[in-house]
Design a protein around this ligand. Structure first.
Ligand code: PEP
Length: 249
């Protein structure tokens, strides 16, 4: 069984600058975070600078295609060639704003792995789906799209991020108990197919995580760290969140 390691990922969305790359990388490089895997996801043009700063870097999205007439899209191979190692797939903003279906997300996941990138598969329910008691059904369908396309073994070289849509950018965080319940559901679901893989799988929580709530969230048995949006744009907050992940896995 692969040992899990705490992980904190920062999704800058369409924010950031070269100055911010310097600030954030200084904060990370000047602290001791060897126990925690830290990865930042800046917009595409900032990827080379982030890599040059020595911080693990990923892309926020990737094309499911390899090449061709897809204006504005970026192939996984190019991202890998730059030296990035991760890519987010299925972020709720991609699903809702750009109408990416479970099948498209699964195709992006496949293309990322084919090029040697580790996909972080983002899953999560909307507020209405939670109110209707559909959380597990929605999350299961999002994960099954990948399993049905590639087999459960594909999850071995991936990370799952549970991000309830109602908690993203809203200041409404899931309680540690609410988040743990869904994380356990995800791990148990995968364990029913492949026990060792499920035990080794990193499952992150995302949705309004900040330096005040991260410690309790990360202390939950099945929460291995966080995917951080807004707070990853502030060097002090992000460093404090990374610090709170130490010793939690
Ligand atoms: C995100 O963008 O994945 C996210 C979790 O954002 P925030 O932390 O701002 O809610």
């Amino acid at each position: 069984m692969a040992a899990r390691k705490a992980m904190v990922a920062g999704n800058w969305k369409m924010n950031g600058s070269l100055e911010l790359v310097e600030k954030l990388s200084d904060a990370i490089n000047n602290a001791e975070f060897s126990e925690v895997k830290i990865v930042l996801f800046p917009p595409f043009p900032l990827i080379p600078a982030m890599i040059a700063s020595g911080v693990n870097t990923g892309a926020q999205t990737v094309s499911e295609h390899t090449s061709g007439a897809f204006t504005g899209e970026v192939d996984a191979e190019l991202i890998k060639q730059l030296g990035a190692n991760y890519v987010l797939v299925g972020h709720s903003e991609r699903r809702s704003v750009y109408k990416e279906s479970n099948d498209v997300v699964a195709a992006k996941f496949a293309r990322a792995q084919q090029a040697g990138l580790t996909p972080i598969l983002c899953v999560g329910e909307s507020e209405t789906e939670r109110e209707n008691g559909q959380t597990e059904q929605v999350v299961a369908a999002q994960i099954d799209a990948v399993i049905n396309k590639l087999g459960v073994a594909a999850l071995e070289d991936s990370v799952i991020a549970y991000e309830p849509v109602w908690a993203i950018g809203t200041g409404k965080t899931a309680s540690p108990e609410q988040a743990q319940t869904v994380h356990k559901f995800i791990r148990d679901k995968i364990a029913s197919l492949e026990g060792n893989l499920a035990q080794g799988l990193t499952i992150l929580y995302g949705g309004s995580v900040n330096e005040k709530n991260s410690e309790l969230l990360f202390a939950q048995t099945d929460i291995d760290g966080g995917l951080i949006g807004g707070a990853s744009l502030k060097a002090e907050s992000f460093a404090a969140i990374c610090n709170s992940a130490k010793g939690t896995v």
